[in-house]
Design a binder for this molecule. Structure first.
Ligand code: DC
Length: 226
């Protein structure tokens, strides 16, 4: 193991590839903390929706972002998000916040502030960090880097089923198009685009069940930790 005593696993990948499910299961099995960086960018999107006019200058952006904090929940191991000391995790998954997160995640000052918040999550015996640039930009020193993907078709069908089960009025075609748009934006943006980190293990989840993927990653962890 490298000199850093916190073992870091990064899990980057496309929207809907199963990163969150896999990260949660791994964090539980390994008793590691879980940083879902998408949630952090969503919180910046949430703040942007409330104070768009203040995103015009650097000082105001920094002042607003400084009110975002993360705290580890000892039951779930997950870092939870607070804005102005109020927990906001449950407010971050509307379509409006998703779109706003996609806009603010392209602002360099926002990414710089997020970088500092994310680095502070490195403590304890281990950290699972998932997102788009965890293995490339934020934790290039990670002990184990993974890149998770699945075909657009499969991801759209999974998301459709998930939202239908929640009773949401969605169509497969719209979900397909929205994922396609997010892939395009994530991979083609100039700042921290989604790409496979050097030395990453690529896992295609199209034909694999989450349990099989988690087992595969646990094996990689066992091999690399010594
Ligand atoms: O993974 P997600 O859908 O919750 O991510 C929300 C948004 O944040 C999405 O537009 C991509 C962006 N994001 C990012 O730019 N960098 C990250 N490390 C994680 C997410």
């Amino acid at each position: 193991m490298k000199s850093n005593s916190t073992y870091i696993i990064t899990i980057d990948g496309t929207s809907g590839s199963g990163k969150t499910t896999i990260s949660r299961s791994l964090a539980k099995k390994l008793s590691f903390s879980l940083l879902d960086s998408g949630k952090l960018y969503r919180s910046a999107g949430f703040v942007y929706l409330q104070s768009k006019e203040m995103f015009s200058d650097l000082n105001s952006i920094n002042a607003l972002i400084s009110k975002i904090t993360m705290l580890s929940n000892s039951d779930s191991n997950e870092f939870e998000i607070f804005f102005d000391n109020k927990k906001i995790d449950h407010l971050l998954y509307s379509e409006e916040v998703s779109e706003s997160a996609s806009i603010v995640s392209k602002i360099p000052e926002v990414r710089e502030s997020m970088m500092k918040i994310q680095k502070r999550c490195v403590k304890g015996r281990g950290l699972i960090a998932n997102g788009r640039d965890m293995g490339t930009e934020v934790f290039p020193e990670a002990n184990l880097k993974l890149f998770i993907n699945a075909s657009l078709d499969i991801r759209a069908k999974r998301r459709y089923k998930e939202l239908k089960n929640k009773g949401e009025d969605v169509t497969l075609e719209n979900i397909y198009k929205s994922l396609q748009k997010r892939d395009e934006s994530d991979t083609n943006r100039t700042i921290s685009p989604l790409r496979v980190p050097d030395n990453a293990e690529i896992i295609d989840t199209s034909d694999l069940k989450p349990d099989a993927i988690v087992d595969k990653i646990l094996n990689l962890y066992t091999i690399t930790k010594n």
